[in-house]
Design a protein around this ligand. Sequence first.
Ligand code: ADP
Length: 470
Amino acid sequence: MLFGRLRDVFLTLRFRLTAWVTLVVFLVVLIAMLSVRQVVLRALDNEFDQRLVQDMEDIKHIIPQYFTDERKFKEFVNRRGLAHIHVDWFVQIYDPKGILRWATDNAPRLPPPRVPPVEAPVDQSSVRVVQAIVQPADYPPLLIRLGSTRLSIDDDIALLNFIMIFASAAILVLAPLSAYVLAGRATRPISKIITTTSRLHPKNLDERLPLLGTGDDLDQLSSTINGMLDRIAAYIDSNRDFIANAAHELRSPLAAIRSSVDVALDRLRTPDEYAALLTDVAEECARLTNLVNRLLVLAEGDAGRLAAQHHNARLDKVVRESVSMFEAVAESKGIELKLAGLAPATVPGEEYHLRQVVRNLLDNAIKFTPAQGRIAVDLATDPDKRQTRLRVSDSGVGIAAEDLTRIFERFYRADKSRRREHGPGGNGLGLAICQTIVSALHGHIDVESQVGHGSVFTVTLPLASPTPIP
Ligand code: ADP
């Protein structure tokens, strides 16, 4: 339980940002401090060596007094030694045979210097020494060794180390604290996004993420999520409307069937009466079947199962058959139905679906065209664009501009009162089905219309690719 909670904290973006920032800051500062330490150490060493070399130069100048006025010489050397506070500064004088002739009291016991001596400053035991051969005029040569402990430098280094450890400890405390506060500020909008989106539910999609107007990535993320929520809410709304409308449309044939059955069961009836009632039931069942089939096509379209896969169909054949099928109805209404053009066209898709498109368009054209009207069907192909175009034009009642944008919506009927005038049967799904099928076949459907003058529906579909010659 505790482990799980700790793991949740470790997984948060805030914690990870804090850890990364702390690590990076700590490493950068550590590398910077070590580099500075190295430079300071080198500078201290150089300065120390230069002082030794300078002391040696001074001793070289004073060395003749070692022979002429030894007391003065020793005074000089001791004065110089005292000037080096906190360090053991010493001088040793050897004869050419390597025998120690004189040394300051604090000189450590060291092996005799090598001959010829190394003149550059070197470490010997725990001291740093510089050596030289001095040849005073009229006197035998002397080997001088001058040395000093590094105590003062060691003190400086110890101080430097202490500062570094203290600074590292301070960074280890301050860096995570400040990184945690900053990461908290940076991730606050994300926490807001998480709490708001976790409150969302299909029944409550009204809430939106606040936009701070900074235009940064998080603001863009919030605006993208808001856009997505808008689309989901619209989709859920349209689905709700669709279910309510579908239930409503299913209810009327079911109610009609129920009432016919009630009448039949009410009392004993004559065979003719039963036959009439059963005919009504059969008609309502046919309406129900038709409606359910239409709903199924839409559902398949939504599920992406209408897309043409391996089937090709002859659209010209479907158009010719459909026009012949509607000729009788058109004639009975006194409408002229003409096939103006019929170019051969094979399109990828199921013949059954193409038939539904053509029949819905013809059915509407006949339904909304009064007697003496004209309907023309024209199928043309454009081999260059590899597409075919079916045009169904009528001289019917036309569609008002405000309805034109909505007639492809599910269950939308432009003018309910006028619909009754043009006979029953429409439930506002015909054009929605046409659009679903045509879109699934990668085509599009357009309409142009003028009230009182008629409408033109145009379906454009891609042609099937020619079968390669083996
Ligand atoms: P329905 O099945 O009710 O005809 P559709 O989806 O096929 O539904 O059509 C939707 C609406 O578009 C119809 O109710 C009608 O108002 C209008 N409409 C469709 N085709 C035509 C047309 N050729 N002429 C005039 N109005 C039309």
